[in-house]
Design a protein around this ligand. Sequence first.
Ligand code: ATP
Ligand code: MG
Length: 313
Amino acid sequence: MASAISVHGLRRTYGEVVAVDSLDLEVADGEVYGFLGPNGAGKSTAVRMLCTLASMTSGTASVAGYDVATQGDRVRLSIGVALQEAALDGKLTGRETLILQGRYYGLERKSIAARIEELAPLLEMDAIDRRVSTYSGGMKRRLDLAAALMHNPRVLFLDEPTTGLDPISRATVWEQIRRLNRELGMTIFLTTQYLEEADVLTHRVGILNRGRLVAEGTPDDLKRTVGSDVVVVRVVGNPEVAAGAIGQVPGIDNVEIYENEVSAATGDGASVISPVAVALAAAGVEVSDLSIHPTTLDDVFLELTGARIEVEE
Ligand SMILES: Nc1ncnc2c1ncn2[C@@H]1O[C@H](COP(=O)(O)OP(=O)(O)OP(=O)(O)O)[C@@H](O)[C@H]1O
Ligand SMILES: [Mg+2]
């Protein structure tokens, strides 16, 4: 099977709102694909449609080789899903939740116990026999992820798997995602608002904005569309003057102003940094900070949409 996920002209409207618009996607078997976009971009709507949890207004989609609209049962047996809002029964304990999920997929008692053992890094084993209603938000999210993995699905959908997790839990989830992909060749489709997460975890990224895919490629490809480095200058006073001065420096491609910050894309930050400093001094600009950093996906997003990705913590 070449494509684990194949999507053509997918669209979903809610009244006047076009949540997902003309979406085309191909995700290869064994690929980790990141769906990146700000609040309301349509990420969850797309995931819900691919998981057969929401209907499509138009378009076609197949997952694990099965048609989402006509072979929903087959799709559901092939996938694991951890949604943005974990739907867990608070009256069950963590262990009961996992056992129930395992039974649903027809696993024997022995394999269920073995799988729980395997997923222990995600779980708080001290709390596994406590009711889920006593879990913290982060514990619920990790239990929900473990439940999605009980039957070793061929394709795993994760909607913002690390939002709300502390740094250690986030690292654990990252490690599990890597392990599942590396050891089992699991195809993983994840949505995220975290740029570094997409950068670290995924083979390929699609950037979604207002329901539309505005860019797609490897994280490195996307960074190359902006330039390999970004020079950031924080100024006291008028940033327009600074932007003008920086724009004159050879090797600078693109200058953006964001509040009191001027950022400039360049192919080679190291070779332009001194000329930039000289140009700023000559223009009489008072600089409070001058730095170079490698392009992030946030820079790509700024370039493509004119807005920074806002992340709520
Ligand atoms: N059940 C619904 N009824 C009406 N509108 C909806 C519904 N679900 C989603 N929408 C709308 O569709 C758009 C996309 O929402 P969606 O939840 O897919 O975005 P998202 O990219 O997942 O955002 P977030 O990062 O906040 O999770 C939004 O404008 C939202 O208000
Ligand atoms: Mg969402």
